[in-house]
Design a binder for this molecule. Structure first.
Ligand code: AMP
Ligand code: MG
Length: 275
């Protein structure tokens, strides 16, 4: 899965990365791999929670319809909701806008033992904010460094950060927007404002490229995930997370000393309760 990792200080050109790529993997194989990942993730999350030593932060970014919601549902569908949290960042409130842009984000960073998934994130502050000119360049250009240092702080304090950029083609976006009209249970998701955003496609790609180039760090790397095929996207995100969690060498905490000495007492309690 390292083929999708953006090395630090690279110049990312999204035009060179195929969004429909599925390598040598068949859909059937990809789906069974995801199933395996979901099961492994369930066990790894339990271990993470029990160990209670590190915080996992997953960041999902991508243009409208790139599949952020679907990735969360498909990859994390089996994990215990206790210890796993999804935070979806929307247009900031007045209360949030009155403060620095990391303020609202920092409150939601994971506690030890927890997995937090950011559905959009502080990166919106160098994406939509830049493309829509919500603050001047002199302000947003400094944010790449703030963000790198903010993430460094989290990692120095025990966090593990994985960031996924869901890469789709312009054609695929049009197809998915249309699919929202065709499917009764997806109609609610159709927002005409997404069509206005689409007009800025090129500027978004530039903003994504600069984000990926400047903020893929050794401590908080970006993965660019080919996301035209949903099953492949899910498989890649799931596999990267599972591989990373496995590499941490997590251990269940030691049981209390001489745990076996409590057995006869407990058995006696059951007998008493039955009597
Ligand atoms: P959705 O993800 O479809 O629910 O939409 C959330 C909306 O909030 C998107 O249009 C984002 O661009 C917008 N949004 C999220 N964070 C920010 C931000 N920091 N500044 C402006 N808009 C934001
Ligand atoms: Mg949307």
């Amino acid at each position: 899965m390292d083929q999708y990792l953006i090395p630090p200080n690279s110049q990312v050109d999204l035009g060179e990365i195929e969004s429909y790529y599925t390598g040598e993997v068949s859909k059937k194989k990809g789906r069974s791999q995801l199933k395996k990942c979901r099961k492994e993730l369930m066990d790894l999350q339990e271990l993470l929670y029990a160990e209670n030593k590190r915080q996992i932060l997953i960041v999902l970014q991508g243009i409208d319809t790139s599949g952020k919601d679907g990735t969360i549902r498909n990859v994390f569908g089996d994990v215990n909701p206790q210890g796993t949290h999804v935070i979806s960042f929307k247009v900031p409130t007045r209360h949030e806008l009155a403060r620095d842009y990391l303020w609202r984000v920092h409150q939601h960073t994971p506690a030890k033992g927890d997995i937090v998934i950011f559905n959009r994130s502080h990166y919106e502050d160098v994406l939509v904010v830049r493309v829509q000119n919500l603050v001047p360049e002199s302000i947003w250009e400094k944010r790449y460094q703030h963000i790198n240092e903010f993430e460094r702080l989290l990692v120095d304090e025990g966090a593990v950060i994985l960031k996924f950029f869901l890469h789709i083609s312009k054609q695929r976006q049009a197809e998915r927007l249309l699919a929202r009209l065709d499917r009764p249970n997806k109609r609610w998701k159709f927002n005409p404002a997404d069509l206005d955003e689409r007009k800025h496609w090129v500027n978004y790609q530039l903003a994504f490229e600069e984000m990926l180039s400047k903020t893929s760090t050794p401590w908080a790397p970006w993965y660019v995930v080919p996301s035209d095929r949903k099953w492949y996207r899910n498989m890649v995100v799931g596999s990267v997370i599972v591989d990373k969690l496995k590499s941490l060498g997590m251990q269940f905490p030691e049981a209390v000393p001489e745990i076996e000495s409590f057995r006869s007492t407990l058995e006696g309690m059951i007998e008493d309760a039955q009597a």
